[in-house]
Design a protein around this ligand. Structure first.
Ligand SMILES: C[S@@+](CC[C@H](N)C(=O)[O-])C[C@H]1O[C@@H](n2cnc3c(N)ncnc32)[C@H](O)[C@@H]1O
Length: 206
């Protein structure tokens, strides 16, 4: 196990527990289903999915509808979130662990993060990129806040907890056999299925 970063402690603790209570609701699952139906339309034969930083499973609930037969797995650092996910979706293989410590014993057709790389200590991002690459047998997807240059923004009054950058560009530069399949943006003012100004990038290992 590596030394815990301040960002991991933040999500493991009270802030992470409160986040679980704040972020619930069918509206989120519907918006996620709309986004993932677009993303998945650019893929083929996705039978296993790993989400890194799943929280209570609002993405996995949407994916369960879209991919009823798929094997779904999750890694989550916050105990309250992981327990809620396991109760909501008993068939998901939930790993209560930091992404930075997770050592996969298998591979998945699709490995993704959504709103998670932005909360990882920037010095540790290569660990997550390597994990995503190693754990994926085909597709990698990141849905995060994009910024062409690495930048930090305050997160609900906290410093050092939210970082924006070109995560997908860094993955594409790091692995020569990974290529971009598609990308898109979901606007917070979308009249039907808003997301928090999320930019998604679907990539494929050759
Ligand atoms: C902003 S939430 C996003 C949750 C989910 N991906 C979604 O789209 O609804 C960030 C999640 O990542 C988890 N997380 C943050 N750092 C983590 C780490 N190092 N290892 C595992 N989970 C982590 C948090 O506990 C939280 O559940």
């Amino acid at each position: 196990m590596t030394d815990t970063t301040e960002q991991e402690a933040f999500w493991k603790g009270e802030f992470g527990n409160d986040y679980v209570d704040r972020n619930t609701g069918a509206g989120w699952v519907a918006a996620n289903a709309a986004a993932f139906s677009k993303i998945l339309s650019r893929t083929q034969h996705v039978e296993g999915v790993l989400e890194l930083g799943s929280n209570i499973g609002l993405n996995l609930m949407a994916l369960r509808q879209l991919l009823p037969a798929a094997k779904l797995s999750a890694v989550e650092i916050n105990e309250k979130a992981a327990s809620s996910l396991q109760a909501n979706l008993p068939d998901v293989d939930v790993h209560l662990s930091s992404i930075l410590d997770f050592q996969p014993e298998t591979t998945w057709d699709l490995v993704f993060t959504k709103g998670v790389l932005i909360h990882i200590n920037p010095d540790k991002l290569p660990v997550v990129y390597d994990l995503m690459y190693q754990a994926s047998s085909r597709y990698l997807m990141v849905a995060e806040y994009y910024n062409p240059k690495p930048t930090e923004v305050m997160y609900r009054g906290h410093e050092g907890k939210l970082f924006k950058r070109d995560f997908a560009g860094e993955i594409l530069d790091r692995f020569s056999d990974v290529s971009l399949v598609d990308y898109g943006f979901v606007y917070h003012r979308d009249p039907n299925f808003p997301q928090d100004d999320m930019t998604w990038f679907l990539m494929e290992k050759q």
